[in-house]
Design a protein around this ligand. Structure first.
Ligand code: KIV
Ligand code: ZN
Length: 556
């Protein structure tokens, strides 16, 4: 039954208007980041990670720069219990990193949790219970007061056990399913918990507002957060944390707007892993800040390595279009995009190397370990002359004359149109060489001599269909003399319209490449290339290829 009438609005607006956040323009400071990959992320995997895999993941999170890491729900899983013990006993937690553990507000679970974290240098014990209408009515069948009592009793026990247990503890409370809860009621529960914990400036508590299931537009969530921010007790000693899930695909917006509304901290995961549609993707959030000139305080410069480790350990795949890290997110196939990117890169190089304003690319792909040649300009039937010229230059150092680009662009398009697939740099080079290099279906110049006499005189031997003919002609330069000789021999125009050459490799044995364009019998342009250590030979080979194509087309 695909019937929208079975659904209705399932969230609550705060009792007073809370829209101050909307007057703010952007996030200008990174929040405190807390990774919940090893708990929320892990619990949602088809095959949860092993102890060894979790340790590797933990090390990656530390390397990225997370200072707060939720490592598990130790009372719920033996592997998570073992992970916590291993981290503590093997002294694997860096001094500036705090681990976090989750516990339900139930006595035996809280007690087991404290057993797990005994001796930890610094640990956040994260207490939660569900407070939403649906959970109260359908799951727990308890009144508001009874649900409040669960939170209060849990908070009291945390305080007691923290005093009795060896270690350095701080507290976090989450009103789970906040987004399906009357906001005033969620606030009341949180304030009761705060009153029990009595936070101070030196011992703050975390109130974590989860969008356990995302059920409204982000501006509604932001208003709810602002209401909490304005009404929580002892606000100056409370860190407001957000824990957005992504059911409506707005986890990032929830977080960004929530920060504007007063949140100080974000719980999320790499690449948005997590229950159902996942948790908020910290990578996108952090990179959004980075792309606006805000220090994200996380080092995401080696994105390919982070992505590889994540995919290997979680057995999840990152979508090709995942912001900032998908395989295709910097790729431009369209000719006009490629052209604008190539021009933008040149502009930046010449005019403003310190700032990134290149069209179509929100950030410099190199900042996150990506490469221009492999990742940015990609060739298929949508691509244009700028793109293929760019690939030849980036991948093979071939600097195509501007006049030649259109001809080559069409040649590549013709192939990709037929093949219906992307052309990699090697395939583009193959098309280039096949079309322009030693293209001699009609004739070759098998001998060529020059002498200086009233300009340059040349004597060339043209071989065509096994017959050799010696032709003499003069010109302003050697290439000009050869073009005159060819024109004379074939009795058709061979006017040079473009000639460029450059060295191909560094070093003494370097070859040169010559590009020659001629105006043919039909008035169209024809091109050829020659590659030879001798630049004259290279340019003669180039004109031979160009003239061959012109004659061949004329004979059709
Ligand atoms: O999504 C959620 O509400 C949670 C809580 C345990 C914080 O993961
Ligand atoms: Zn969650």
């Amino acid at each position: 039954m695909f019937d929208y009438r079975q659904y209705k609005k399932n969230y609550f607006m705060p009792p007073t208007e809370c829209m101050d956040w909307a007057k703010k323009e952007s996030v200008d400071k990174a929040p405190i980041w807390c990774s919940v990959d090893l708990r929320d992320g892990n619990q949602s995997l088809i095959e949860p990670m092993s102890l060894e895999e979790k340790l590797e993941f933990f090390k990656m999170l530390v390397k990225i720069g997370f200072k707060e890491i939720e490592v598990g729900f130790p009372a719920a899983s033996d592997t998570e219990y073992q992970l916590v013990r291993t981290l503590i006993e093997q002294d694997l937690i860096p001094k500036d990193v705090t681990i976090q553990v989750l516990t339900q507000a139930r006595e035996h679970i809280i007690r087991k949790t404290f057993e797990a974290v005994k001796g930890a240098p610094s640990v956040v014990v994260h207490l939660y219970n569900s407070v939403s209408v649906a959970q109260r009515e359908q799951v727990f069948k308890k009144s508001k007061q009874e649900i409040l009592d669960i939170a209060v009793e849990g908070a009291k026990l945390l305080k007691k056990l923290a005093n009795e247990t060896e270690g350095n503890f701080s507290f976090e409370y989450s009103p789970e399913s906040f987004t399906g809860t009357e906001v005033e009621y969620a606030l009341d529960v949180c304030n009761h918990v705060i009153d029990i914990w009595e936070p101070t400036a030196n011992h703050k508590v975390i109130i974590n507002i989860p969008a356990t299931v995302e059920c409204s537009m982000p501006h509604v969530f932001a208003s709810q957060v602002e209401y909490m921010h304005k009404n929580l007790h002892s606000r100056e000693n409370v860190i407001i944390s957000l824990h957005p899930h992504n059911d409506r695909g707005c986890g990032v917006s929830d977080s960004e707007m929530g920060i504007l509304a007063g949140a100080d901290r974000i719980e999320g995961t790499l690449f948005g892993n997590g229950e159902r549609t996942g948790n908020v993707d910290i990578i996108t959030l952090a990179m959004n800040m980075y792309a606006q000139g805000v220090d994200p305080v996380l080092d995401l410069s080696n994105m390919p390595e982070i992505a590889e480790t994540y995919e290997r350990l979680t057995q999840m795949t990152i979508h090709d279009r995942h912001p900032y890290c998908g395989k295709l997110v910097f790729a431009a196939f369209s000719g006009s995009h490629q052209d604008a990117i190539a021009k933008g890169m040149k502009w930046r190089e010449e005019k403003d190397p310190l700032h990134w304003t290149v069209p179509y690319l929100p950030i410099n792909p190199e900042d996150v370990g990506r490469k221009y040649d492999a990742d940015v300009i990609r060739i298929n039937s949508q691509s244009g002359k700028g793109g293929v010229a760019y690939i030849l230059e980036q991948s093979y150092g071939l600097k195509l004359p501007v006049k030649m680009r259109e001809d080559f662009g069409y040649a590549v398009k013709a192939v990709s149109d037929v093949q219906h697939k992307e052309l990699l740099p090697q395939a583009i080079l193959d098309i280039f060489e096949k079309r322009y290099k030693k293209y001699m279906p009609v004739f070759d110049i098998v001998e060529c001599h020059f002498k200086q006499q009233n300009g340059i005189q040349t004597t060339i031997t043209v071989e065509s269909e096994g017959v050799k003919t010696v032709v003499e002609a003069g010109g302003n330069g050697r290439l000009d003399a050869v073009s005159s000789a060819l024109s004379k021999h074939f009795n058709v125009p061979c006017q040079i319209i473009c000639f460029e050459e450059h060295a191909l490799q560094d070093g003494s044995d370097s070859s040169a490449i010559a590009y020659v364009g001629i105006k043919g019998i039909d008035g169209n342009s024809y091109f050829g290339i020659g590659i030879d250590p001798d630049t004259i030979r290279a340019s003669i080979d180039a004109i031979v290829s160009a003239m061959n194509r012109s004659l061949e087309i004329a004979s059709r």
